[in-house]
Design a protein around this ligand. Structure first.
Ligand code: C5P
Length: 208
């Protein structure tokens, strides 16, 4: 157990493996994990149902993150649309920063954690993979959930979401200058977890 706070920021595009790596790292070090995509998914889904994205983001409740309709392709699309709104992003900042500095250690995964939410994070990782590999993984996941879709449709979604996340004016997705890059196109997720753990241990030792 770590004394005080210790933040691991994990960014990267959809289906690169950052969620799996974040969970594995959190389990290994006994840190709390926040999947920040859920915040944007909850705001996106609630906004589609009715209402104004900014006030929904300002009034988001932790119970909204437990909705069972946040993992769908429609929720991902809604999330990436509200995520371009700088007032929505600003409304979600305080919650993420507070979580990051909690005692005992925190892992946050998203798109802008190392660059905007936690530029002072002790460890920053950027997990990526080719669009085709990511689309293959997402396609397999959606098929396992029983969704009717095609590889081509999933690849088109992945590519469109990447473009929107990379090109938006506020907090575009990009690696922080001091982030460790983990490319899971060739690296297995297990190997990426091993590298992430080693990097975090090194940062912890440097702090002692
Ligand atoms: O990670 P996930 O696929 O759940 O994210 C859904 C969408 O939420 C992303 O495509 C992105 O537009 C947005 N997002 C973001 N910043 C984050 C996390 C997610 O803009 N920190």
């Amino acid at each position: 157990m770590i004394n005080g706070s210790f933040t691991v920021a994990i960014d990267g595009p959809a289906a690169a493996g950052k969620g799996t790596i974040a969970k594995a790292v959190a389990r290994y070090f006994d840190f709390e994990h926040l999947d920040t995509g859920l915040l944007y998914r909850a705001v996106g889904v609630k906004t589609r149902q009715s209402g104004d994205a900014v006030s929904i983001a300002q009034n988001l409740d932790i119970s909204d993150l437990r909705r069972d309709d946040l993992r769908t392709a429609a929720a991902a699309e809604a999330a990436s649309q509200v995520a371009t709104n700088s007032d929505v992003r600003a409304a979600l900042l305080a919650f993420q920063r507070e979580f990051a500095r909690r005692a005992g250690g925190a892992v946050l995964d998203g798109r802008d954690i190392g660059t905007v939410v936690c530029p002072q994070a002790e460890v920053k990782l950027f997990v990526t993979a080719s669009p085709e590999i990511r689309a293959e993984r997402r396609f397999a996941e959606l098929c396992a959930q029983g969704a009717k879709t095609t590889f081509e449709a999933v690849l088109a979604d992945v590519t469109a979401r990447d473009a929107r996340d990379q090109n938006r004016a506020t907090a575009p997705m990009r690696p922080a200058d001091d982030a460790l890059l983990l490319d899971t196109t060739k690296l297995s997720i297990d190997a990426a977890v091993t590298m992430a753990v080693a990097n975090i241990k090194k940062a912890m030792q440097g702090r002692d």
